[in-house]
Design a protein around this ligand. Sequence first.
Ligand code: NDX
Length: 255
Amino acid sequence: MQCSPSLVLALSSLLGALGLLLLCLNLRAPSRYGKHQEKPGKPWARLPARCAWFLQELPSFLVPALLLALRSPPRLEPLGCRLLCGMFCAHYFHRTFIYSFFTRGRPFPLQILLFGILFCIYNGFLQGYYMIYCAQYPKDWFTDFRFTSGVLLFLFGMGINIHSDILLRQLRKPGDHTYKIPQGGLFTYVSGANFFGEIVEWFGYAIATWSLPAFAFALFTLCFIGPRAYHHHRYYLSMFTDYPKSRKALIPFIF
Ligand code: NDX
C-alpha cells in the first residue's frame, strides 16, 4: 500500500466536518443513548450494553491492528507504527476488552450501535493508514517538545477518563440502571469528568503525533462529547435538587 496524501486530506476533512455537524445537532438534542434515551424502545431494537460497547469499539482496535499486521514495504514509518500501537491501539484495547466487559450501562439502541460501528471502522482505518504509511518523523522526535508534552497530556487524560468511568460504574450494583450523583475524582469539579479526560487524551495524541487525522479526531471528540457533558449537567440539575451548585459541566471552574 502506498500513502495517498489526498485520501488522508479528504478523510480527515470529512471527520472534522462530521464533528461540526454533530456539534450543531447535539447542541439542540443529545445522542439518544444512556440517560438521554427517550423511551426504552422495543427489546429487539436494543443490545445489552456490554455486547454493544464491545462490538462498537472493536473495529477501532482491529482495523489499525490488521493494517499493522498486513503492512508491506516500501513506505513504512516505524515510529508512526510504535506511536499507533502505544497510544491509539492501547486506548481501544482498554475500551474494547476491559471497559466493555465491566460496564453496567443500560441496553444500547441498535441503530446508534450500527452508526457507531461504521464510525469506528472509518476512524480506525484513517488513523492506522496515516500512521503506518504516511507519517514521517525525524530521528530525534522523541526529544521534541510536541512529543513529550503530547504523551504526558495523553496519559493524564487517559488516567482521568479511566478513573472517572470506574467511579460511574461503582454508583451501581449489577442489574441496577438508576442514576445517582457522581462523587469523587474530577467529578468534584465537573459533571462530565470522563468526557474531559477523553478530550484531553485525544488532543495529547494529536500533539504527540502532530498529524492531521489525529487533530481531526480530537476535534470530533470535542464536538461529540463536549455537548454530551453539557446535557448530562442539565439532566443532573433537573433531577437532583441537592446537586452541587459549584460543579461545572465540562471544564473545571470555567464551563
Ligand atoms: N461511542 C465515541 N450520527 C459513540 C457511540 C455513538 O466511543 O454519526 C463516539 C464512542 C456514536 C458516536 C461514538 C459517534 C457519532 C455517532 C454516534 C451515534 C450517532 C452518531 C455515530 C462512536 C452519528 C449521525 C449519523 C446523525 C451523523 O445507563 P447508562 O448507559 O447511562 O450508564 C452509564 C453510566 N452512568 C451512570 N451510572 C449511574 N449514575 C450516573 N449518574 C451515571 N452517569 C452515567 O456510566 C454508562 O454505563 C457509563 C458512562 O456513561 P456516560 O454517558 O458518561 O458515557 P458514554 O457516552 O456512555 O461514553 C462511555 C465512554 C466514555 O469514557 C467516553 O469518554 C467514551 O466512551 N466516548 C464516548 C463517545 C465517543 C467518544 C468516546 C469519542 O468520540 N472519543
